[in-house]
Design a protein around this ligand. Structure first.
Ligand code: FNR
Length: 323
């Protein structure tokens, strides 16, 4: 039988790109902005760290030979462009030290901003172990209740989640990002995170990789009706448009450079891509470099189209939501 982590990769790679709520957001163009390509500045910040482009390699994998290769590939790519990378869940290596290498390889090849990744079953001590394992610059904690509940081998006890996040947040001297996994962070969850003083969230909504599909396939059961709980990334961002206390990151269903710009216009500070980067790992490395270079060039071209010179000017770009 295939390992769970390898199954996730294989099934995710087979998922087709589909229409999502970003298609309903239309940005206003401006032919008379007076900009030229060399004016465009895509720099932003990520959990307080300065980064050259508003994108990051979002959390995916670790723990198997295949995961080792994928992490190595993505780490090299993140290093080449100096963009942040988030490790896949390190739970497997916290339980079994022999799995560490497939995570350590990320730090070996990526010297830039790197976040560790755990689930909220872990408290401060294990959070620090995960961080030390890859000499991370911060920690991410993923919320995946629905995924756990539909996995035959998944967690059934969520009683310590809030306390663990709170403990880690109070005591960690590195930034903490609380993220979702492509199902979407609800307003209720966000309210509770705010109440315990969380500053950085990645809303990671639906519209791209679907763990309800992945776990349905793995369990050979149809849990599609649970997609009722999925919230599209663009919808969550729209609901948070007046949010002042949180620094918001977006991921889930980012298919192309226009989705990135739309997420930034809707208030995200930077944008995470998983599936898009995962698909690149099938290519020879040089081709992936070209693909990311082209992606960045198109980001700049879209900035010209909408008349924004830098990321902070994106807040002035008008948009329509087509229901
Ligand atoms: C993920 N994701 C994820 N997230 C996390 O915090 N820890 C993890 O271990 C994983 N594992 C994982 C494996 C694979 C194969 C994929 C594709 C994704 C979720 C990921 O970070 C992201 O939130 C979602 O995939 C949504 O983004 P995309 O794929 O639509 O760009």
């Amino acid at each position: 039988m295939m390992n769970r982590k390898d199954e996730h990769i294989a099934i995710a790679m087979n998922q087709k790109t589909k229409s999502n709520a970003f298609d309903r957001i239309c940005l206003e163009s401006n032919d008379l902005s007076g900009l030229k390509l060399s004016d465009i500045d895509l720099r932003t910040s990520f959990l307080g760290y300065k980064i050259p482009y508003p994108i990051y390699v979002n959390a995916m994998t670790g723990g198997t030979d295949k995961a080792y290769e994928i992490n190595k590939y993505l780490a090299k790519l993140a290093q080449y462009f100096d963009i942040p990378m988030i490790s896949g869940s390190q739970s497997i290596a916290l339980k079994d030290e022999s799995k560490k290498e497939s995570f350590e390889v990320i730090r070996k090849y990526h010297h830039g901003i790197l976040l560790a990744n755990i689930n909220p079953n872990y408290g401060l001590k294990d959070a620090k172990r995960a961080i030390n394992m890859i000499q991370a610059n911060g920690l991410s904690i993923h919320l995946n209740t629905i995924q756990e509940l539909i996995m035959p081998e998944g967690d059934r006890d969520f009683s310590m989640w809030k306390e663990n996040i709170d403990e880690i947040n109070q005591n960690l001297d590195l930034p903490l990002l609380v993220k979702h996994v492509g199902i979407g962070m609800s307003q209720k969850t966000i309210e509770i995170l705010k109440s315990i003083g969380i500053k950085y969230i990645d809303v990671s909504g639906s519209g791209g990789t679907s763990f309800i599909d992945i776990e349905s396939t793995r369990a050979n059961k149809n849990y599609n009706y649970l997609k009722d709980f999925e919230i599209d990334t663009a919808t969550i961002l729209l609901d948070l448009i007046n949010e002042k206390e949180l620094e918001i990151y977006a991921s889930g269903g980012i298919r192309n450079p226009l989705d990135v710009i739309k997420a930034l216009v809707l208030g995200a500070k930077a944008v995470g891509l998983s599936k898009w980067f995962l698909d690149l790992t099938k290519l020879p490395f040089e081709e992936s470099i070209k693909a990311v270079e082209d992606f960045i060039l198109v980001l700049k071209k879209i900035m010209i189209i909408i008349g924004a010179k830098n990321i902070s000017e994106l807040k002035n770009v008008r948009f329509e939501v087509n229901l």
